[in-house]
Design a protein around this ligand. Structure first.
Ligand code: NAD
Length: 322
């Protein structure tokens, strides 16, 4: 068996085209979506991500604001910046980029976010709503994982709900921003879910667990952690990992995932590549959440019934709200 390679770039391009239309509609209704990022210090990955989302925001015609803070910024000053963006009506969505400098606690900044602009659902209220299965925003990376899966399963002609309800979904890694919310989304779809982590006492049984997965989602940040021999024939495998490694053939750094792509491809039904799988969708999803926040703000500002109507609509086609 050679796995079908799920093309995240093509899915992302489709989403982007939808968003272009949505922005046009919102502008016609008198709203102008705006994204703000807060970045502290000089982390290379944080700056690279900031550049990507800025470019995308500009391409989609969103307002864009970047608050750049020095690495030695006080926590109180960083909190004040987040609060100021919350009060700014030109800003619909706020992204706090990680890592933060050690003297600034993530929790303090997340609590300072306006929950209606918290597009990564890191404020305790939004994280709680997600855990209850009533998300206001679905964080971009786990949302992308399930966007890929939902669309792949639909396109392969299956009854998507039936597939999830009859699947063992195994997740490797349980960070607050990726693994844990992905667990919620898998449970919400009716799957039998197993969460594996290196910090569990059963970590030594990782490959026993992964070999029982119908759908395997790996978000550990460990290059080539899972090989073909660790998965079942016919698995659908989603690779969230992005790991820079030195390529001995070229002497250059390249990005690889947590799956050993060649050997897992030999056994799987479908696989996401790195790069070109989850990553491109994640970037677009952040903008999608920003546009959603702008629409919610428009509802609050113009007509209460519009907001109430929205609460009855499915959130991002992922879960039900209200
Ligand atoms: P993290 O370091 O915060 O969390 C990793 C999790 O995996 C932790 O729970 C850790 O205990 C667990 N883990 C680590 N090694 C393990 C092992 N050998 N066995 C089992 N569990 C293990 O990282 P994160 O923010 O969740 O990101 C994970 C990976 O996904 C990273 O490579 C990151 O670069 C990538 N990422 C990709 C996207 C994207 O858009 N594709 C977005 C965010 C993160």
């Amino acid at each position: 068996m050679t796995a079908h390679v799920i093309d995240g770039r093509a899915y992302a391009a489709d989403l982007r085209a939808q968003l272009t239309d949505e922005v046009r509609e919102l502008v016609a209704q008198g709203a102008q979506p705006g994204l703000a990022t807060v970045i502290a210090g000089d982390s290379y990955p944080a700056h690279a991500y900031e550049r990507r989302v800025r470019r995308l925001a500009e391409q989609l015609g969103l307002r864009y604001v970047r608050e750049t803070l020095p690495a030695e910024v006080d926590e109180a000053d960083a909190v004040a910046v987040v609060g100021k963006l919350g009060a700014d009506p030109r800003v619909s969505g706020i992204l706090v980029l990680r890592p933060l400098p050690p003297q600034v606690s993530e929790a303090a900044l997340y609590r300072a976010l306006d929950p209606l602009k918290d597009i990564e659902a890191v404020h305790p209220v939004n994280a709680g709503l997600l855990a209850l299965g009533r998300p206001r925003f679905v964080p971009s990376t786990p949302a992308s994982v399930f966007h890929l899966l939902d669309r792949y399963l639909t396109e392969s002609g299956r009854d998507v709900q039936h597939v999830y309800q009859h699947s063992n979904v195994v997740l490797v890694g349980r960070s607050a921003n990726v693994g844990k919310p992905a667990i919620m989304l898998a449970m919400e779809r009716g799957a039998t879910v197993l969460s594996c982590d290196v910090h569990s006492y059963t970590a030594g049984l990782l490959y026993e667990h992964t070999s029982h997965a119908d759908i395997l989602i790996v978000a550990a940040g460990s290059p080539g952690l899972i090989h073909g021999e660790h998965v079942a024939e016919g698995v659908i495998a989603v690779d969230v990992g992005i790991n820079p490694v030195n390529d001995p053939d070229t002497g250059k750094v390249r990005l690889v995932g947590d799956l050993d792509f060649p050997s897992v491809s030999e056994r799987g039904e479908a696989i996401t590549p790195v790069p070109g799988g989850v990553g491109p969708i994640t970037d677009v999803w952040l903008l999608r959440n920003t546009i959603r926040a702008a629409r919610m703000a428009l509802g609050v500002a113009t007509a209460r019934p519009l907001l109430e109507g929205m609460a009855l609509q499915p959130a991002d086609g992922l879960l039900n709200v209200g």
